[in-house]
Design a protein around this ligand. Structure first.
Ligand code: COA
Length: 321
């Protein structure tokens, strides 16, 4: 048995903030952001929460898959920006859906989170432990941004994507790889809550996302083609056989560099970062849902999903639709 994606869904917050909107509240411009990243807008949560966006995305994925909440056996939430430290996002989604028979937990692999969740689902399904799994990538990154730091806050957005993954005898995940390099973790970091008990002497400041953009860029253009090559080799698939490469949506220049390294045309690399910015774990499932709902995927098509980001972490999955 393999893990086959049986349905997808996504949700973006209502508020759409363009680069020009940002230029009115901070020292930046559409020209600077667009020319370096390809990002034109992002959606930011106001009323929405990581949970509410996840539930909306999950309902759409379950509807397409024809799965009732009670049938779900596992929910994996991939996020770095759950609404609570506990309960986990996945448990909040379980409550809202009424998925009473599911186990639920979150995994934290930043922008690689959805790809790690899909690899995890594949492992469970191959082992026979579960047959029907909901995986979610969801973020409210705007909470973690320092809105005084124009070098980071313009890059990220909020949103959620989900997929129902079912055991299938023909089709589904052919191969997956994933990796991490904790030694380089501080090039993209966000501190957790500081110690603040009465016996601690240091001050307790709130911390936000900090990034060495050029180091992250170099890491991405080196690692993403490498892990896609590894996954394709493991699957016995040539790049030419792949219909679409759905990459984490951080930066158009990174995607172009990966396409060049893989010697594949940019038409095979759809993007949604122009509209959504970088939504971390939600980027890949939002893009997947868009290409699915745009009718770009037919049963049997071979696609590659790839994520990379904080940790550092990276991963790729080769699958047939
Ligand atoms: N608007 C205007 N100017 C800005 C700005 C903004 N939003 N943010 C930074 N700047 C300024 C800086 O102050 C700096 O000015 P200085 O040269 O006078 O000191 C200058 O722009 C830096 O520009 P540049 O050297 O061209 O930056 P860059 O080419 O490294 O591009 C990134 C910056 C972040 C776009 C690029 O490094 C990148 O995309 N890296 C990858 C990041 C990423 O993908 N992260 C997520 C991974 S999951």
């Amino acid at each position: 048995m393999r893990a086959r994606i049986a349905g997808t869904g996504s949700c973006l917050p209502k508020l759409r903030v363009t680069n020009d909107d940002l230029g009115r509240v901070m020292d930046t411009s559409d020209e600077w952001i667009r020319s370096r990243t390809g990002i034109g807008a992002r959606h930011l949560a106001v009323e929405e929460t990581t949970t509410s966006m996840s539930v909306s995305a999950a309902r759409k994925a379950m509807e397409e898959a024809g799965i009732q909440p009670e049938e779900l056996e596992l929910i994996i939430g991939a996020t770095v920006s759950a609404d609570h430290v506990v309960p986990p996002l996945s448990c909040e989604v379980q409550r809202e859906l009424g998925a009473v028979h599911a186990a639920a937990y979150d995994l934290c692999a930043a922008c690689s989170g959805f790809v790690f969740a899909l690899n995890t689902a594949q492992a469970y399904i191959r082992s026979g432990m579960y047959r029907k799994i909901l995986i979610i990538g969801a973020e409210t990154l705007s909470k973690l941004m320092d809105w005084q730091d124009r070098s980071t806050c313009v890059l990220f957005g909020d949103g959620a994507g989900a997929a129902v993954v079912c055991a299938d005898a023909d089709g589904g995940v052919l191969a997956g790889v994933q990796g991490s390099d904790g030694a380089k973790g501080m090039v993209l970091a966000c501190a957790g809550r500081p110690v603040n008990h009465p016996f601690a002497s240091h001050a307790a400041d709130l911390q936000y996302v900090q990034m060495n953009g050029q180091e992250v860029y170099k890491f991405a253009v080196r690692t993403v083609p490498m892990c896609i090559d590894q996954a394709l080799l493991k699957a016995g698939i040539q790049p030419e056989q792949v219909k679409l490469f759905l990459l984490h949506q951080a930066n158009l220049r990174i995607i172009e560099a990966v396409a060049k390294r893989l010697k594949q045309p940019m038409e095979k690399f759809p993007v949604c970062l122009e509209e959504c910015g970088n939504v971390s774990a939600a980027s890949v499932p939002i893009l997947l849902d868009r290409v699915n709902r745009d009718g770009m995927l037919k049963r049997g098509d071979c696609i590659v999903l790839a994520g990379f980001g904080a940790g550092l972490t990276w991963g790729a999955v080769v699958l047939t639709w």
